[in-house]
Design a protein around this ligand. Structure first.
Ligand code: MG
Length: 177
């Protein structure tokens, strides 16, 4: 029989995730601004509060928490020169063909469906707001994983809003019927 391993409570993982983002200079409000920009064309009543609320909600998902913790850990270990070569050099130089940073971040958005996947692709290409700041901060620390992780949080939160606003419209329609 397998021993039951110690299970880390989700609240501990969630707190560690938010703390890691803060430590790396990423404010949840900055992610909410990207969400707003992505969703306001489809929802003119959208508020910044609801975008921030959506960001906080997607950060409760383990898929995202785990990806964020792994990615930030690797960025920080790389900053400290603790990865082994040649990985140290590849992550430090944010080599274009590396791709594992995008793969981890993309894998974390699947739970929010195809809108999250296409929004992630858009953000990966167009690097909006804080994603661009992180991407252009080269030379000042390592954010190889972080820019993609922020895109995955924003894409998930945007998709969540898209689905919820459709649900709300349909609920109103069925009341009117
Ligand atoms: Mg990257």
């Amino acid at each position: 029989m397998m021993n039951k391993k110690n299970v880390v409570h989700s609240s501990v993982v969630e707190a560690a995730t938010v703390e890691a983002l803060e430590r790396r200079g990423v404010k949840l409000e900055a992610i909410a601004e990207i969400v707003y920009e992505m969703q306001v064309p489809y929802n003119t009543d959208l508020t910044m509060e609801s975008c921030l609320d959506s960001v906080k909600n997607v950060l409760k998902k383990r898929e995202l928490q785990h990806a964020i913790l792994v990615g930030i850990e690797l960025d920080e270990l790389c900053e400290q020169g603790k990865l082994s070569e040649p990985l140290q050099e590849i992550v430090e130089s944010d080599e274009g063909l590396f791709g594992v940073d995008e793969t981890i971040a993309l894998g974390a958005v699947f739970t929010y469906g195809s809108i999250a996947v296409t929004t992630f692709g858009h953000l990966d290409k167009n690097k909006i707001g804080i994603i661009n700041e992180l991407d252009t901060k080269k030379g000042k620390g390592v954010n190889t994983f972080l820019d993609d992780l922020v895109a995955s949080i924003a894409a998930s939160a945007a998709s969540r809003i898209a689905h919820r606003s459709r649900d709300e419209e349909e609920a109103i329609e069925s009341l009117e019927d």
